[in-house]
Design a binder for this molecule. Structure first.
Ligand SMILES: [Fe+2]
Length: 300
C-alpha cells in the first residue's frame, strides 16, 4: 500500500463541516508506516530533535496534561518499544513531519484534508502529525488544542470523549483565551460536572473523529479490552490550521487585552465586531513579537 492510497472519509459525507465534530473512517491502519517496527525507527529519529514525549505514571484524565522528553524510568527508545505491551506504557511522537518519510505521508494526505475542510474553512496550512502509542490501562488527560484535528485510531481500542467546542460550561471563555494566547491550560479542568457533559466514542482500527480547534477531549483504554498479542493502542492526530482558526486566534488576542481593561468581550463568532477585533488582535501580536520579543504560540 502506498501513501497515495490513504484516505479519510466522513461517515456522512454530505453532513461534514469543519465547524463541528464528525465521525470518519480511514485506512491508515492498513499502512506499514504505522506498524510498531516502523514507529520504533520513527521514534529513534524524533528523539534526536526532542519530539518523543512521555507522561508521568499515575496520570489520570483529570491530571494536568504535561509531558516530559524522557521516559519516567530512564529507558531508551528501543527499550520502550521492546516492552510496549507492558500495561501502562505511553509514548507520544510529536511533529512526525520532522521525518522525511512521514512528512511525505502528511503531504499526500493534505489533498484529502483540503477537499474535506476547505468548503467550510478555507486556507488549510501547517499540517502536522502526532502519534500516540500506549498499552492499556492508559489515558490522555482532558485538554484542548489550537489546531483542527482528524483523530484516527490505527490499532487497538480506545474511548475518546469529546465536548462541543462552544460548550463554555466545559471550558470557560477565559480558559480558551488563555490557552490560545498564553499556551496556558490552568482553566481547562475536568470535574464531575464537566465529565457529565462529554460524549464518549468507542473506536477501533479504521475509525476516526474530526473535531475543530479548542474542542475539549480526553482518551482512555482498559486492560480488559486486550487480547493475547493485541495489547497496544495506536492513534494518529492529523492537525492543521485554517483561515478560521487564525482569525479566532487573533480575536482571542484582542479579547485578552479587552479583558485586562475590565471589559467582558464576546467569544469569537459571537460579535459583530469580530472583523475589527481580529485586526486589533493581529496588531497586538505583531507589536508583542517585535518590541517585546514575544515567542508567540503558533496559529496567529
Ligand atoms: Fe489533543
Amino acid at each position: 500500500m502506498s501513501s497515495t492510497d490513504l484516505t479519510i472519509s466522513p461517515l456522512d459525507a454530505g453532513a461534514f463541516t469543519a465547524d463541528r465534530i464528525c465521525r470518519t473512517r480511514h485506512d491508515c491502519h492498513m499502512h506499514p508506516l504505522f506498524e510498531l517496527a516502523a514507529l520504533n525507527e520513527l521514534a529513534r529519529n524524533l528523539a534526536r530533535v526532542d519530539k518523543c514525549r512521555f507522561v508521568r505514571p499515575g496520570t489520570t484524565q483529570a491530571s494536568e496534561f504535561s509531558t516530559a522528553g524522557e521516559s519516567p524510568d530512564g529507558r531508551d527508545i528501543d527499550d520502550v518499544f521492546a516492552r510496549m505491551e507492558e500495561p501502562g506504557s505511553w509514548i507520544a511522537l510529536y511533529n512526525i513531519e520532522n521525518d522525511p518519510t512521514y512528512r511525505r505521508f502528511l503531504q499526500e494526505l493534505t489533498g484529502n484534508v483540503r477537499a474535506l475542510v476547505e468548503p467550510s474553512q478555507p486556507g488549510v496550512f501547517n499540517v502536522q502529525g502526532f502519534i500516540f502509542i500506549s498499552a492499556p490501562p492508559s489515558v490522555t488527560p482532558f485538554h484542548i488544542d489550537r489546531e483542527n484535528n482528524f483523530w484516527l485510531q490505527v490499532r487497538g481500542r480506545k474511548v475518546i470523549t469529546l465536548w462541543d467546542h462552544e460548550d463554555r460550561l466545559a471550558v470557560p471563555q477565559v480558559g480558551v483565551e488563555e490557552f490560545i494566547v498564553e499556551h496556558n491550560l490552568r482553566h481547562v479542568r475536568l470535574d464531575d460536572a464537566v465529565a457529565a457533559r462529554g460524549t464518549c466514542y468507542d473506536v477501533g482500527p479504521g475509525d476516526g473523529l474530526y473535531f475543530p480547534s479548542t474542542t475539549p477531549h480526553m482518551t482512555r483504554s482498559e486492560r480488559t479490552w486486550c487480547t493475547p498479542g493485541d495489547g497496544i493502542s495506536i492513534s494518529i492526530g492529523v492537525v492543521f490550521y485554517t483561515e478560521t482558526t487564525r482569525r479566532h486566534a487573533r480575536i482571542h488576542a484582542c479579547n485578552a487585552l479587552l479583558r485586562r481593561a475590565g471589559l467582558a468581550p464576546r467569544h469569537p463568532g459571537h460579535s459583530r465586531l469580530d472583523g475589527a477585533k481580529a485586526a486589533l488582535g493581529l496588531a497586538a501580536v505583531v507589536v508583542k513579537k517585535r518590541f517585546r520579543g514575544w515567542d508567540s504560540p503558533h496559529g496567529f
